[in-house]
Design a protein around this ligand. Structure first.
Ligand code: HEM
Length: 183
């Protein structure tokens, strides 16, 4: 039935009848590809339904943005949770783990900025509320990046603790505001 319509609904069988079928025999049939992109379609008496969401550039854009967010934000939470165990394994171990994490975290941050710019261009101007939310997000992104950078460089334990907390909070807040933008 590839690409051939087989809709036999109450309106009749304009789209092509299956051999042996009569009016009203089938109200639902897979009819192939068209306005759903690569996905198959099911056409029912009430309209056309895409069986699968289409895969397109928007899918890739959001996939990369969210993938990088999982590394940047999720990685920080995971590392923080591992610190007591790492400390127990040796005083230098948390530092080594943080170095290793930074090797994936900063490329992820770069991907967030690049795909974020791509998001802004692709989504366009969605009104003042969206723009204000975006401004809040820019501030949080800068805060998240700057505090993470400083956190890795300060010497005092107190400054490290404060900046670590700020990094975690701003990263979480950026994630939250990102979801607000996507709604
Ligand atoms: C720490 C950095 C960032 C994090 C954790 C983050 C996280 C997220 C998340 C989770 C989403 C929701 C995606 C979805 O479900 O559709 C999102 C959307 C978005 N982000 Fe980011 N993001 C970051 C950086 C940026 C930057 C730097 C920009 C702009 C330059 C940006 C612009 C956007 C826009 C415009 C959307 C809405 C996309 C849409 O409506 O389809 N993001 N962000």
């Amino acid at each position: 039935m590839d690409g051939t319509a087989a809709f036999l609904g109450p309106e009749g069988d304009r789209a092509g009848r299956l051999p042996g079928a009569t009016r009203g025999d089938a109200a639902l049939a897979v009819v192939g590809r068209s306005d759903c992109g690569r996905s198959s379609l099911v056409r029912a008496g009430i309209g056309t339904l895409c069986v699968m969401s289409p895969v397109n550039l928007e899918t890739l854009r959001l996939f990369l943005h969210v993938l990088a967010a999982t590394v940047w934000v999720g990685g920080q939470i995971t590392l923080a949770a591992l610190v007591p165990a790492l400390r127990a394994a040796g005083t230098d171990v948390p530092k080594a783990a943080a170095h290793a994490f930074n090797r994936v975290a900063w490329p992820a941050f770069g991907i967030l900025v690049l795909t974020g710019i791509w998001n802004v261009v692709a989504e366009g101007d969605k009104g003042p509320a969206y723009q204000h939310t975006l401004m809040v997000k820019y501030t949080l992104v800068v805060g998240s990046g700057v505090t993470a950078y400083l956190h890795a460089r300060v010497a005092s334990r107190k400054a490290m603790a404060v900046l670590g907390a700020l990094t975690g909070l701003t990263a979480l807040a950026t994630l939250f505001v990102g979801i607000m933008l996507a709604e």
